[in-house]
Ligand binder design. Structure first.
Ligand code: SP5
Ligand code: ZN
Length: 343
């Protein structure tokens, strides 16, 4: 299987994140790339190519122009205010009862464009998030040109990013930008299946009122885990998008492959009925039994099965890498999905 990957993605390398009331080493680390690359090479999974460089135009089809412009200069502005700091994080947000007026001052602006504290901006963030989108767009282009399937090894991930908000390690929504690009180049319908442990609330919100993109997601019940405030079963779309959003929340601690597979069949059935021109898979590997922040118990061989089930849709497919934090198993688990798809 063709993989698209860029070393530039490693330039986003924050030292710390907030977790459990403490600052801990940043889980979404550039090392994740190395583990996946190593496994791809060891298993001869296929060609690994560099992405093409795209302009911000396809990003602006999904994200608000002022959000894109903010991200481009956020580090520079932070650095001017805090010359000693190695990362920028917001501390204050335009919550209920407050006005959504974009502040001039960087800390206020950073809170305006952030849902939470888990997407810190550092010096290399802009270059890395552009490279990550380039990987998704290049892989989408290859599939459009006839490649039956491609893997965009994206980092930072994207599915928590919405039109104008960063969140959960995500800045630009790689899967959403790729899906929109496929539509803009002539596709009528694209399905996005999100199998990351966390609900892809950014992707859901981007396409919530549209019927040309079906969003289906299997994830930890938001009553029990991040992103906490979206991802419930009764979110089914609105306006033209009514019926084109499918959430299958699953309970923590009791979801193994048998339970997961039953929900997967429901999602695949809906996608099959939708008859998309392309399938975009938001491929998070944090459903794994030993993931440090997650509570499902999917095992390595189950990931082969997952790939196999996805292939049954017989639809040109783009895999876009999302979460997954158990480094030792991350490579094998990722390759397991890709090989299950191809075998
Ligand atoms: C792309 C992606 O997977 N983003 C996930 C961001 C999750 N960040 C919040 C995690 C909060 C986890 N609480 C877990 C308690 C562990 N003991
Ligand atoms: Zn996740």
């Amino acid at each position: 299987m063709l993989t698209i990957y860029s070393e530039q993605q490693k330039l986003h390398n924050p030292a710390r994140e907030f977790l459990g009331g403490d600052l801990v080493p940043y889980l979404e680390s550039p090392k994740r790339m190395d583990y996946v690359l190593e496994a791809l090479q060891r298993n001869n999974t296929g060609r690994i190519e560099r992405p093409e460089g795209f302009s911000t135009e396809p990003i602006a089809r999904v994200h608000r122009p002022d959000y894109i412009a903010f991200l481009e200069t956020a580090w520079e502005r932070w650095h001017q205010t805090y010359p000693e700091a190695d990362q920028a994080s917001p501390y204050c947000f335009p919550h209920r009862g407050l006005r959504h007026v974009i502040p001039e001052q960087i800390e206020g602006a950073l809170g305006y464009y952030s849902m939470d504290l888990t997407a810190p901006v550092v010096e290399g963030t802009w270059k890395a998030i552009r490279a990550s989108v380039d990987c998704a767009l290049t892989a989408a282009k290859r599939v459009r040109e006839g490649e039956p399937v491609a893997f965009a090894l994206c980092r930072p991930p994207g599915h928590h990013a919405s039109v104008d908000l960063m969140a959960g390690y995500c800045f630009f929504n790689n899967a959403a930008v790729a899906a929109q690009a496929l539509l803009d180049k002539g596709a009528d319908k694209v399905a996005i299946l999100d199998v990351d442990y966390h609900h892809g609330h950014g992707t859901q919100s981007i396409f919530y009122s549209r019927n040309d993109v079906l969003f289906a997601s299997l994830h930890a019940d938001p009553r029990q885990d991040y992103p906490h405030y979206l991802g419930h079963e009764d979110e089914t779309g609105e306006g033209d998008g009514q019926g084109f959003n499918l959430n299958l929340p699953l309970a923590l601690h009791v979801t193994g492959w048998a339970e997961y597979r039953r929900a997967l069949e429901v999602a695949l059935g809906r996608i099959d009925e939708f008859q998309p021109d392309y399938l975009v898979v938001s491929l998070g590997m944090d459903t794994y039994e030993r993931d440090p922040i997650s509570f499902f118990s999917i095992k390595t061989p189950d990931f082969v099965e997952l790939g196999h089930c996805l292939a049954a849709l017989k639809t040109p497919t783009l895999f876009v890498f999302e979460g997954g934090y158990e480094l030792e198993a991350l490579g094998n688990n990722t390759v397991s999905v890709l090989e299950g798809f191809s075998s």
